[in-house]
Design a protein around this ligand. Structure first.
Ligand SMILES: [Mn+2]
Length: 416
């Protein structure tokens, strides 16, 4: 059994690694950007270790740069030029081979490598020191200059002092919002691993345990299933901590009678999952906890039912608030809607909060969270339920449906 299991995990591991996005899809995203930004030079830089990314969590790539290249290594750059002559419309720039760096980081792909084009999916790859000359050349063919304003724009302004730099962020993030089939497959990996982590938390949680012990069990679960990072700092808050929206100290010893709110998700192959469940620490809801839980679940169902193409994200928060307000009054004779302290939805993808234009309505292929909550500080009672949904042609599909949401089902699954 042990051998069969390790053989299975090797096979599953191989499947997981082979399931990445083909380089041709990155190329078609770049083509889309060039189409959407005509008469333009777009210059983007990869993250640099020690500048944008520090040592604590290992190197990760700038999400916009990654979205257009799939490139995970540091220190590259790319130039896209819609109006340049054939052969100069897309160029990738890589640093020269650096033997010293390879001692630390392992083999790198260098600008001078014969197979650099094949490895990067760019027809033209040049050494990084050619970037400036190539930008100057491209400026002869294009009147607009774009970059993502992330700290490199100063260098670009020096190279093109007579041009007004424009921000390419909006054009890229608009594309990022519409998930492709291969992106959805990777997101489902992040989701499935994070769901396994939540199930694990239901198994281990009991009075006397510390919040960080639950956080550790959850992280161990999704890391063992191939997640490379936390999608965000795990929020594991019991009792009084359940009402602190971004609590992540996770230091409290839990008591019977507490609720435990867990907003925890892993990142798989650069894609984030973001899932929240609230459970009773001793496996049995009090009447009050169940009342609040059912209110939140009702609001979540109302939002999921309302989510479809054409609807604005901000309208979804109003759906939740209206639902709560229709359920009467909470403590201090205030409408229940007053106990919803945050918006209920955000886009998610390469970032846990994918950037988006607030004036653009939902469209087919968007992935958003639905996360209403009620927080009653004086009762140390916070309940949030968060799921991820895919906007379809005429509605929405819950991507996290494998993790039960009903109060009774949570109790049943916690019974051991
Ligand atoms: Mn969220």
């Amino acid at each position: 059994m042990g051998m069969l299991r390790s053989l299975l995990s090797i096979l599953l591991g191989a499947v997981a690694w082979s399931q990445s996005i083909p380089l041709s899809e990155y190329a078609s995203r770049r083509e889309q950007i060039r189409t959407n930004l005509p008469d333009s030079v777009v210059v983007l830089w990869a993250y640099t270790p020690g500048v944008e990314v520090h040592d604590r969590n290992g190197f990760f790539q700038d999400p916009n740069f990654f979205y257009l290249s799939g490139w995970r290594e540091p220190n590259g750059a790319m130039l896209l030029c819609s109006s340049c002559p054939e052969g100069e419309r897309e160029i990738f720039f890589l640093p020269k081979r650096n033997a010293r760096r390879e001692i630390y980081d392992g083999p790198m792909v260098a600008g001078e490598d014969a197979n650099a084009a094949e490895r990067t999916g760019f027809a033209r790859v040049m050494p990084a020191e050619k970037l400036e000359a190539q930008i100057l050349k491209a400026l002869e063919s294009a009147s607009q200059v774009y970059t993502v304003f992330d700290g490199h724009e100063g260098a670009l302004a020096k190279i093109a002092p007579l041009r007004t730099l424009k921000d390419a962020r909006e054009a890229i993030t608009n594309l990022r919002l519409r998930k492709s089939a291969s992106e959805l497959a990777l997101m489902q990996k992040a989701i499935d691993a994070s769901i396994a982590a939540h199930f694990e938390s239901w198994k281990v949680t009991k009075p006397g345990l510390y919040e960080y012990e639950v956080a550790a069990a959850m992280q161990r679960t999704y890391f063992a299933l191939g997640c490379e990072r936390n999608a965000y700092a795990p929020i594991v808050g019991s009792g009084p901590n359940s009402v602190i929206l971004h609590y992540n100290q996770n230091k409290r010893r839990m008591d019977g009678g507490d609720v435990l709110l867990m907003d925890v998700g892993g990142e798989y192959s650069m894609y984030a999952a973001d899932i929240t469940r609230s459970i009773p620490v001793n496996g049995k809801w009090t009447a009050r906890q169940k009342q609040i839980y059912d209110l939140v679940l009702g609001a979540q169902n109302a939002v999921i039912a309302a989510a479809k193409p054409g609807v604005m994200l901000s309208a979804l928060t109003q759906v939740a608030r209206d639902y709560f307000n229709a359920q009467g009054k909470g403590p201090k004779d205030k409408p229940w809607g007053d106990y919803l302290l945050h918006g209920v939805s955000h886009h998610i993808g390469l970032d846990v909060h994918d950037p988006y234009d607030k004036t653009v309505p939902l469209a087919e292929g968007n992935v958003i969270t639905v996360e209403p909550g009620l927080y009653i500080a004086e009762e140390s009672l916070g309940i949030r339920i968060e799921d991820m949904i895919l906007i379809t042609k005429d509605g929405a599909r819950v991507l996290t449906a494998a993790l039960p949401r009903g109060a009774d089902e949570v109790e049943r699954r916690m019974k051991r």
